[in-house]
Structures are given as C-alpha cells and as structure tokens.
Design a protein around this ligand. Structure first.
Ligand code: FES
Length: 256
C-alpha cells in the first residue's frame, strides 16, 4: 500500500524511499558528541571559572576544592571534580525527558528508527520493566532541576558584576542566553505544565494557574527546539568559559 511521502507498507514490512535515516543519525551525532564533551569537561576539574563566569557544568559548586565555591558543603576530603556532585540533576532531567527519550530511542536503540520503520530489537516491553521503568521519575527530576535553574540565574546575574562594577562581557551575554534557553526548556516540560495547573479539573477561579499553564503550553509546543538549543548552548557556554580561563583569548567586555 502506497502512502504519502514515498512510504510503502507491505504487510509488516515498511519501505521508505526518503532519507528517513538522517534524523536518527543526527540524534546520534549531536547527543553522542554532547555526552562525550560533557563527560570530559565534568571530569577534567580545571578551567571552569573565568572571573566572574562559572561554568554551568560546575554550578552549584558544592565542595571546598572548588575554584569558586557556591556553597562548600563538602570539606577538603572531597578531592574529585566538584561537577560529579551535581551532574545527576541535569542528567536525570534530560535522560528522562519525553522528547529526548523519543530521540535516543530512535538514534541509539533503533526502537523504532523512524516512523513506519520497524524496530530493530525483536522484543519490546515499553517502559514497564527495569531499567526503563525508571523513566517515570521525570517529575521528581524536574523538582531537583528547578533549584539548580535558580542558581544558574544567579550565576548569570553575577556575570554582570566585575569586582563591584556593572559590566557586560561576551561571557555575560552567553551566560544570559544559556539560562534563558534552559528556562524555556524547563518550563515547557510536560511535568511543569502539570505542576503549574495541568492537574486541575477546572480553571474556574484559578486565573493565575490558567495563565501559567497557558504559558507553559506555548513553550511546550516548541519543546524539541528548546531541548536542542539549550543542550548545544550549555555546552558552548562551558567551552567559552574554558577557553577564556585557559587564556586562549580575552573576554571582550565593557565595564562602567
Ligand atoms: S518533558 Fe522534556 S523536560 Fe520534561
């Protein structure tokens, strides 16, 4: 049976004549590249602070061995990278995100690789068994991600403070863009929609929650774009701060 877009279905088999494999390939390249870079950057434990910019991979910095501690809860006995202490929050939030699940199931598990293309794995148990049943923690991952987002906003504000003087550097602008994108991604989350008002049966006498829910809905409509943009920019933010900290180039800045 022929369908639109050059797709032909024959019994259980599907033959697509278009470049259906491009999309899962992009997922593998971008997500894989980000994971490799973020893992390296989080473990290297160096060049994550270029006054006044703190890399989002190391914020909040919770150990005494931080170059720029946010809250030194852990004493000098902690001698590993402080990024290890906080990586769980963004990792859990992104890995369990409904949109990323779709992407990496397609790209890495080929389950299914694309619409109307059969799954490569022969068995499919959905997300009802270990380990994929863990995906159900997404709502709780959001609860952990929210306070981290507040701290990243604080970092972005501090990025305009140059030793007591207001200033704007290229790093300040990058950190601001980064936190705006992270906010758009976070508040467009399906669980955020539920949290701000989606749980109600009726919005009668709940105008504020209706407005928040409508706002979250609008962000949710572009959740895939927020997801990709925030992923790429958070990596670039770390890279920019890293290169400035290494002295590869100077941060262009204007200070009042
Ligand atoms: S659904 Fe993507 S962050 Fe919640």
């Amino acid at each position: 049976m022929a369908t639109a877009s050059g797709v032909r279905r024959i019994g259980d088999h599907v033959e697509r004549k278009d470049l259906w494999w491009v999309e899962p390939l992009i997922y593998v390249v971008v997500l894989g590249g980000f994971v490799v870079y973020a893992t390296w950057a989080s473990l290297v434990n160096a060049n994550y602070y270029a006054d006044p910019y703190l890399s989002p991979f190391y914020s909040p910095c919770l150990a005494q061995n931080c170059v720029h501690p946010t809250l030194p809860l852990l004493g000098s006995w902690w001698n590993l990278s402080p990024a290890i202490l906080i990586v769980g929050s963004p990792l859990a939030f992104r890995v369990t995100c409904y949109y990323y699940r779709r992407s990496y199931y397609r790209g890495f598990f080929l389950s299914p690789p694309a619409c109307l293309v059969p799954d490569v794995p022969k068995k499919y148990s959905g997300e009802t068994r270990f380990p994929f049943i863990i995906q159900n923690i997404h709502r709780y991952a959001l609860y952990i991600a929210l306070p981290v987002l507040v701290i990243l906003w604080w970092d972005a504000i501090v990025a305009f403070n140059f030793h007591g003087h207001f200033g704007i550097g290229l790093g300040s602008a990058i950190m601001l863009v980064n936190v705006v994108l992270l906010s758009g991604y976070t508040f467009g989350c399906h669980s955020a929609r539920y949290l701000v008002g989606g749980y109600l049966d009726s919005f009668h006498r709940a105008s504020l929650r209706y407005r928040l829910w409508s706002w979250s809905n609008r962000l949710n409509a572009g959740h895939n774009r927020w997801a990709w943009a925030s992923l790429v920019v958070v990596g670039l933010t770390d890279l920019y701060i890293r290169l400035v900290a290494m002295g590869v180039f100077a941060d262009p800045r204007w200070i009042s």
